[in-house]
Design a binder for this molecule. Structure first.
Ligand SMILES: *Cc1c(COP(=O)(O)O)cnc(C)c1O
Length: 634
């Protein structure tokens, strides 16, 4: 970056953090250098910094997870409008009916809002377990929406679903394993309620991407074509083929390549036609999830992205269904998709403040070496004196070679602690110089590209990666991270962001850049003013996968609504876990703990170690600690 800070523009900030690429129509940078959220997509926007100020004025501490209800509303709308247009353009005869897979974000508020915003489109739900089915039944009462039941089903699960049918809901059991069918037949005969049956198909189509393992012939779930035929035969045998209504498949989440989506839909459509020809009524084709989110904004067929947009997704599906069905007499089925990630990812933003920094610093280079210095130290010193653009890579290798030799000798006891410290300092001077020289290189060799990250400073963020961004730790998922203010200033530091767990895995060291991912993030110098970072697109899968590492609990969650005039409404507040809450999750009894500490204090009073007044202060401190937030409180 050759611009100096006086000429730095917010445009340049927008570029280095790639916000125009991943922000969809929901996030942008204002002229004042703040991140703006546009909850309705384009148009009306509110500064995240302003939202944070509103929260701190109300005494709500960082970290905080913001949910934007209007974004959820907008996502559901776009999904239905996208399919609506494609259906019209291709004169497709069936309807589109979306369902939301509860596992992607099971929070009560999410379910409530999805059923509310989705009502006008008869958007349904997908439940993968008994608790999810029970949650679905208590929130979704639309007789025209589908309630798709995937996952393992026990007797209780099946009976609940059957009662739901009896009450007028379109609850459909998707048979995932051959044995499940018998249970459904048995319970429906006993209760005398006709079930709606679907079948999950194992496709031979396998998609690329991180989560593709649910698809393909070796996938754990679903029936292969021969088992599907067995199911048809069995249903005929018990005179229940008229219950078979739906064919389902799920190739995997976050499918990056549109070609895989097309191939899967065509293969499934052939099976669908086969089932109709077998005499099943059918009527619904359920394509599962997979609609991907462009996390890194690259619009490519990589794990963190996708090479298509929502409209292309809808067109690919409707067009291929229409053309495949055109060769048969089979009526067009209703299309169901179970889009989770694409529905909720944009909805939530994690905000936290930076508590502290650890600078990458090296002591000054000595002007000359001590008289008796080891030959290896002289060699290292010779390298630092000759580093230039021409020999940078060679010096880089030499530095590593001599440093490693010195480490070896130190381990064997033939070099002193002082020698080793000196070697470290000279080594880092060489590396810093080489790093500086890479800025002038036309082509940067691969091994030198990692240098800025090696020399990065560490900023400590007030959050827990394990609680709030588990996929960053578990599967190296990439989320956009950037400051939410000061974007009219040039960022002068290269930083890796660590959390406040004492775990060395608790850090973010892969970031979304302008066109590539990067190993460090350009950030601003810390000043007396709080510095806030936002992690974006975290609405899918992160909330309930999180754990209590270091007993850091749920963050505060605030729901923000923005009306068409741009007025803010903090419509819901969910207080994060207190220390007592998380302790009780791991089976401590906070009351009992207080009793035990009181006993310790009283013994100390008796032994004259503390006064009775001290005891009172100590107990006050303990009790207020118990009530407090698990994160760093300023
Ligand atoms: C997880 C899952 C989904 C959600 O997939 P997304 O890619 O998040 O839309 C849908 N259907 C089934 C069966 C799933 O297991």
């Amino acid at each position: 970056m050759k611009t100096d800070s006086t000429t730095w523009s917010t445009e340049e900030s927008a570029d280095i953090y790639g916000i125009k690429n991943w922000g969809a129509d929901y996030f942008s940078v204002s002229d004042a250098g703040e991140v703006i959220v546009h909850p309705h997509g384009n148009g009306i926007g509110v500064s995240l910094r302003k939202i944070v100020d509103g929260l701190t004025d109300r005494g709500l501490d960082m970290p905080v997870l913001l949910r934007f209800s209007d974004i959820l509303d907008s996502r559901i709308k776009l999904l239905h409008e996208g399919f609506g247009r494609a259906i019209k353009d291709f004169e497709y005869q069936g309807h589109y009916r979306g369902v939301y897979p509860i596992k992607v974000n099971q929070q009560q508020q999410v379910l409530e809002e999805i059923t509310e915003f989705g009502a006008r489109y008869h958007h349904g739900l997908e439940a993968g377990s008994k608790p999810e089915l029970i949650a679905a039944l208590s929130y979704m009462h639309d007789p025209e929406a589908y309630l798709i039941c995937n996952g393992y089903k026990d007797e209780e699960f099946v009976e609940l679903g059957l009662y739901a049918c009896k009450m007028g809901l379109q609850c459909i059991f998707v048979v995932e394993t051959p044995s499940e069918l018998e249970l459904i037949i048995d319970r429906s005969k006993t209760l005398d309620i006709a079930p709606n049956i679907g079948v999950r198909l194992k496709l031979s189509t396998q998609a690329s991407g991180h989560w593709n393992h649910s698809g393909g012939e070796r996938s754990v779930f679903g029936l292969n074509p021969s088992q599907v035929c067995d199911l048809v035969d069995r249903l005929k045998e018990v005179d229940m083929l008229d219950c078979l209504q739906l064919l389902h498949y799920h190739v995997g989440s976050q499918i990056p390549n549109i070609r895989d989506i097309r191939e899967a839909v065509v293969e499934a459509c052939r099976v669908y036609i086969g089932l109709v020809n077998e005499g099943a009524p059918m009527g619904i084709l359920d394509l599962g999830g997979g609609l991907a989110v462009d996390y890194d904004g690259s619009h490519g067929d990589t794990e963190a992205s996708r090479n298509y947009n929502l409209d292309e997704y809808c067109v690919a599906i409707v067009e291929n269904l229409a053309s495949t069905l055109a060769e048969s007499e089979v009526p067009h089925p209703d299309i169901v998709t179970e889009s989770g990630r694409a529905t909720v990812a944009y909805y939530s933003v994690l905000l936290f403040n930076i508590l502290d920094e650890s600078r990458f610093e090296i002591s000054d280079l000595p002007t000359e070496l001590p008289e008796n210095a080891h030959e290896l130290l002289h060699n290292l010193m010779a390298v630092v004196k000759v580093v230039s653009l021409r020999n940078a890579q060679e010096c880089f290798h030499d530095a590593f070679y001599y440093r490693d030799e010195i480490h070896e000798r130190f381990k064997r006891g033939t070099m002193t602690l002082r020698d080793r410290a000196l070697a470290g300092s000279i080594f880092w001077h060489i590396i810093t110089r080489v790093a500086k020289l890479t800025e002038q290189m036309d082509y940067i060799p691969n091994e030198l590209r990692k240098l800025p990250a090696m020399l990065a400073d560490i900023y400590y963020g007030n959050f827990s990666l394990f609680q709030s961004l588990p996929d960053v730790w578990a599967i190296d998922q990439l989320f956009p991270v950037m400051p939410i203010h000061r974007l009219d200033e040039k960022p002068t530091r290269e930083v890796v962001v660590a959390d406040i767990t004492c775990d060395c895995d608790g850090k973010i060291d892969r970031f979304v850049g302008q066109h590539t991912t990067r190993d460090s993030l350009p950030l601003h110098n810390l000043t007396d003013e709080e510095y806030y970072l936002g992690v974006f697109l975290v609405g899918a899968y992160q909330e309930t996968l999180g754990d209590l590492h270091n007993l850091l609990g749920d963050t505060n969650v605030i729901t923000v609504e923005v009306d068409r005039e741009g007025h803010l409404n903090y419509s819901r507040e969910l207080e994060g876990d207190s220390v007592a809450d998380v302790l009780s999750y791991v089976e401590y009894d906070p009351k009992n703990m207080i009793r035990r500490i009181r006993k310790l204090a009283e013994t100390a009073v008796r032994n004259d170690a503390i006064s009775a007044k001290d005891r009172r202060h100590i107990m006050d401190a303990f009790e207020s600690g118990m009530r407090g937030y698990t994160y760093f409180e300023r």
